[in-house]
Design a protein around this ligand. Structure first.
Ligand SMILES: [Zn+2]
Ligand SMILES: [Zn+2]
Length: 255
């Protein structure tokens, strides 16, 4: 009889703490997706300006978050970092906080902290904030999460990223904000979950994904499950689209 090593725990609990756009459409919080891997520390996908409130409303402890993966440097996707960092400082956090984002993240984060809370970017605190900048086309492993990045089509003063995370035996792809690009199909290939922007139904808004784009390319999206997020009032007010699941603030699923 052979006896193997105990299997690594598998499974991820995904909570959409914030599923809204930049403008509070539908009263929703900005982009903030909380991933809790079985047997590991939770991480965030994006951290919009409203994220601390969104997490605390759901009773999720921001102090447990080991890493934040940022798709791009717009306020509704990364603007919550100064609040998360200061909350850690005032709640006596000691564990390192990893921040992973596109090239330029370290400088933009320091600038944003100085703008919102002067002196905060250099204030002494009990934990380190370690920024890893991920260029499109590269990959890395941060806090046990394997991440790959592709270039999104969404100007934000820095490259915007499509992200694919592998954690606890599950694969989650995330479009962030982007016009349709073939890289979305690559990032979503064989994923357990694709979290896709669906900003408008069919109105042509530059640099954003529409429901019409997802329909047009559905045969290329080989993810096992697709959940729409970052919806404007145009999407939220429309009759529910049966082909796709839609996120809402507080939606929790288990992969
Ligand atoms: Zn954006
Ligand atoms: Zn956005």
């Amino acid at each position: 009889m052979t006896r193997g090593y105990p299997a690594e725990p598998r499974g991820v609990t995904v909570t959409f703490a914030g599923s809204g756009d930049a403008f509070g459409s539908g009263g929703r919080y900005q982009a903030c997706i909380h991933l809790r891997p079985a047997g590991g520390s939770p991480v965030l996908l994006d951290c919009g300006a409203t994220s601390l409130s969104a997490l605390k409303r759901l009773g999720i402890d921001p102090g447990e978050i080991a890493a934040v993966f940022i798709s791009h440097l717009h306020g509704d996707h990364f603007g919550g970092l100064p609040f998360l960092i200061l909350d850690g400082q005032f709640s006596r956090r000691t564990r390192l906080l990893a921040v992973v984002g596109p090239p330029g993240t370290a400088t933009r984060l320091a600038d944003t902290m100085e703008c919102l809370f002067p002196g905060s970017s250099t204030a002494p605190r009990r934990f380190a904030v370690e920024v890893t900048e991920l260029a499109p086309g590269t990959a890395g492993t941060i806090c046990g999460v394997a991440v790959r990045a592709w270039e999104a089509d969404h100007p934000s003063g820095a490259p915007a990223l499509l992200l694919r995370l592998d954690l606890a035996g599950k694969t989650i792809a995330y479009t962030g904000d982007t016009a349709w690009t073939g890289a979305i199909a690559e990032a979503a290939a064989d994923a357990d979950l694709l979290i896709a922007e669906a900003y408008y139904r069919d109105k042509n808004v530059p640099y954003h994904l529409r429901l019409a784009d997802l329909h047009a390319h559905l045969d290329q999206l080989a993810a096992r499950r697709i959940i729409l997020t970052h919806m404007s009032a145009d999407m939220l007010d429309a009759p529910r689209e049966p082909s796709f699941e839609q996120a809402r603030d507080g939606l929790t699923i288990t992969l």
